[in-house]
Design a protein. Structure first.
Length: 263
């Protein structure tokens, strides 16, 4: 090793010159400590000063960096931007719901589900969409027949997010179902059934958020803002529901860059 390099990389294990056997062969396993250290010196001396990695461009094309959108929410339609007081009240109400859910989770989990309630497996995306939204919304059927109006058929209208149901969902399932519904919402209209489940799932999300959940709720808030702008009839009840979700994502889950500016 050159003297200048020794100054930058001092020897951690200095080895004095030693008498090695005449038959010393650096290619065979060392028999003594001196032979081992001498072999290390020989191997270090053979290493090139600069090493260039051989990169296969084909492998890089398969694993491109994922670009994460950091765009903000679109502003509320004129006259529909929520006040700061309203947003603060919604956050307080939501916090109380979360505390109550946490406190009584074991109680509700112990309740037996009705015989007609069959919760899908966590990975069953289509099953969860039908379970939460009902076949009527999922299949985009505009109206129920007269016979169906005689009673509530949860297979048709979807199961509500009862405490006995959501209390049985672990964080992996909560995140999965949230992802399924946000994916569905990305191409469909907002419905009361969807709104109730989104609120319930947000109430079940544990803080601090996992990266996947963090990305999902930001995607949800932006989608709500898009639908809000496109709302043709300016349905006040629906805009209020969209405002609520944006408010919870931005102000309760600390995504302040997505928050609505107070009116």
């Amino acid at each position: 090793m050159e003297p200048s390099l020794e100054e930058l990389m001092p020897r951690l294990l200095p080895v004095d010159d030693c008498d090695l056997a005449e038959d010393f062969d650096p290619t065979v396993p060392p028999r003594t400590p001196q032979e081992y250290l001498k072999r290390v010196q020989i191997e270090a001396a053979r290493c090139p000063d600069v090493v260039v990695a051989q990169i296969d461009p084909k492998k890089l094309r398969k694993k491109q960096t994922v670009n994460i959108s950091i765009s903000r929410c679109q502003p509320a339609p004129e006259g529909y931007s929520p006040t700061l007081k309203w947003q603060q009240q919604q956050v307080a109400n939501f916090s109380a719901v979360r505390q109550s859910l946490t406190k009584h989770r074991n109680h509700w989990r112990s309740h037996h589900l009705d015989s007609n309630v069959s919760m899908p497996k966590s990975e069953d995306e289509e099953g969860w969409k039908k379970f939460c939204l009902g076949e009527r919304v999922y299949s985009e059927i505009d109206a129920l027949s007269d016979n169906e109006n005689l009673g509530v058929d949860y297979i048709k209208v979807g199961f509500p997010p009862l405490l006995s149901i959501v209390s049985r969902m672990n964080q992996a399932t909560v995140t999965s179902v949230l992802e399924y519904l946000i994916s569905w919402f990305g191409e469909k209209k907002f419905t009361p059934e969807l709104g109730r489940w989104l609120y319930a799932l947000l109430a079940c999300l544990e803080k601090p958020l996992l990266p996947e959940a963090h990305s999902l709720i930001r995607q949800l808030a932006r989608r709500c803002s898009e639908v809000r702008v496109l709302e043709e009839n300016k349905n006040e009840e629906q805009i209020s529901a969209l405002n609520l979700i944006i408010c919870l994502v931005s102000r309760y889950f600390d995504q302040r860059d997505l928050a609505d500016e107070p009116s």
